[in-house]
Structures are given as structure tokens and as C-alpha cells.
Design a protein around this ligand. Structure first.
Ligand code: HEC
Length: 220
């Protein structure tokens, strides 16, 4: 049927060339820009460094591979971050080029946070104060906002521990089986949440959660 084999061979070759050009162009993925006024270093950025870079043998305070200690704010700011300028920041460069972390483990969301944090001046200790009224404990007014600290790891098909906190049903499930408060209060037998030295939820937030659970975990 296809008499002209050379023609189809050429088509195939072009197909391969175009596909690889296209894939190559996708290396710099489109990242969401997050408002710098909502980024808190301790809560949103440090956990990314601690869990992906500051491991023993890599960029912890002892090893400091390539003289990068990425275990705390002052150390991170010593080398490779140019506040306000992600494209001038060596740390961002190696991430966006896919060289670091070596296993390519950062999610698109984590990269968005890192880039937006550097672009907003790479600040420490800002935007971390949570406005909280313990008399407000509806799902939409309080609980879903608390959970937005967790959904980076706990949403979708690959949610950590298969705990999806991005919707009412998911939160209700762990609220009722005890895992939610067990982990938030670091009870024996539960993984302590949020992890990696991130700030604990405030007493006010814990009160909101307890009241919401006591009131029947409504989707209100
Ligand atoms: C940086 C990622 C990350 C963040 C942020 C995070 N978690 Fe987790 N969470 C995990 C991982 C990983 C596990 C599994 C830990 C294990 O099994 O040792 C887990 C486990 C859990 C579990 C199951 C605990 C158990 O022992 O049954 C609950 C519930 C949970 N997280 C709730 C939360 C809540 C609520 C927040 C926000 C306040 C939160 N997590 C923030 C990564 C995260």
C-alpha cells in the first residue's frame, strides 16, 4: 500500500525531530506566580529545603556539599540566592535546569513557591502570623483555610499517607478516625504533623478544629 518508503521514513524522522524539540522546550515549565505577601519562609519554604536538600551526606550543616548548607535561613542566604532575582540565583538555576535535587523530586507547586519567594525578596519571618478567631469554626470559614497549609503534600492521587485534605470528605475521614488530631497533637502512634520542623498549628487553630469536629464535621 505505501510504496514510497523513503517518504514515510522522512516523515517519521521529522516527527521524531519535532517531538524532541517540543519536549526540550518544555524543560522550563510554566510556574504559577504566588503572591509574595502570602509566603512565610518557615512554613512554605524551609520544609522544601529540609526535606529535599538538607539530608545527611548532602546539604546539611555537617556535609555542606559544594559549600551549600541548606538547613536554616541564615545558611541558605549565604550562597546562591539573589533576593528579588531568581534568574541570578544559583540555587534556583540548578533546580530549574533539573540538576538538583538529583532525583528531580520537587513538585511544580514547590518550584512555584521557591521562585516566588526569591522574586519577592527571599524574606524570613514575614506573613507567618495567622489571623484566627476561635469562635469561627465552619468548614469554609476556618477548616479549609487551615488545611491549605497541608494540601501541598495532602491532595490528589499521590497524597502523602493517602490522606487528601483538599476537600470536605477527605478532612472528615481523618477527623472521624482520629488521625487528624492524633497527628496534629503529636499523639503516640501518629506521624507528627505538619512535618519537618514546620511551625505547629496555633492553639486557636486547634480550638477551631476541635469545635468543628464536636459540631459534627459539617460541610458548612
Ligand atoms: C511536607 C509534606 C507534608 C505536609 C506539609 C503535611 N503533611 Fe501530613 N503527612 C506527610 C507525610 C509524608 C505523611 C506520612 C508520614 C508517615 O507515615 O510517617 C503524613 C501523614 C499525615 C497523616 C496520617 C498520620 C497518621 O499517623 O496516621 C495525617 C492525618 C496528616 N499527615 C495530616 C496533616 C495535616 C493536618 C497537615 C497540615 C497541618 C499536614 N499533614 C501537613 C506529609 C506532609
Amino acid at each position: 500500500m505505501f510504496k514510497n518508503k523513503t517518504f514515510f521514513g522522512t516523515l517519521l524522522l521529522f516527527g521524531i525531530v519535532f517531538t524532541s524539540l517540543f519536549l526540550g522546550a518544555c524543560k522550563h515549565e510554566n510556574l504559577e506566580i504566588i503572591n509574595g505577601d502570602s509566603i512565610c519562609f518557615e512554613r512554605d519554604i524551609l520544609p522544601i529545603f529540609v526535606s529535599n536538600c538538607a539530608m545527611s551526606g548532602c546539604h546539611d550543616a555537617t556535609t555542606q556539599a559544594d559549600e551549600y548548607d541548606l538547613s536554616n535561613y541564615n545558611a541558605i542566604m549565604k550562597k546562591g540566592i539573589s533576593p528579588g532575582n531568581p534568574d541570578d540565583s544559583e540555587i534556583w538555576e540548578v533546580i530549574v535546569e533539573g540538576e538538583m535535587p538529583p532525583n528531580g523530586s520537587l513538585t511544580r507547586e514547590q518550584k512555584s513557591y521557591l521562585k516566588s519567594w526569591i522574586a519577592a525578596g527571599a524574606k524570613n519571618g514575614t506573613n507567618c502570623v495567622v489571623q484566627c478567631d476561635s469562635n469561627v469554626y465552619t468548614y469554609s470559614g476556618a477548616i479549609s483555610k487551615i488545611m491549605s497549609n497541608c494540601t501541598g503534600c495532602h491532595s490528589g492521587a499521590n497524597a502523602s499517607a493517602q490522606v487528601d485534605l483538599s476537600n470536605h470528605a477527605g478532612v472528615q475521614t481523618v477527623a472521624l478516625n482520629g488521625r487528624l488530631m492524633g497527628s496534629l497533637l503529636s499523639k503516640v502512634g501518629y506521624a507528627s504533623m505538619p512535618p519537618y520542623g514546620s511551625p505547629r498549628l496555633t492553639p486557636c487553630q486547634i480550638t477551631q478544629l476541635n469545635k468543628w469536629i464536636g459540631n459534627g464535621c459539617k460541610n458548612d
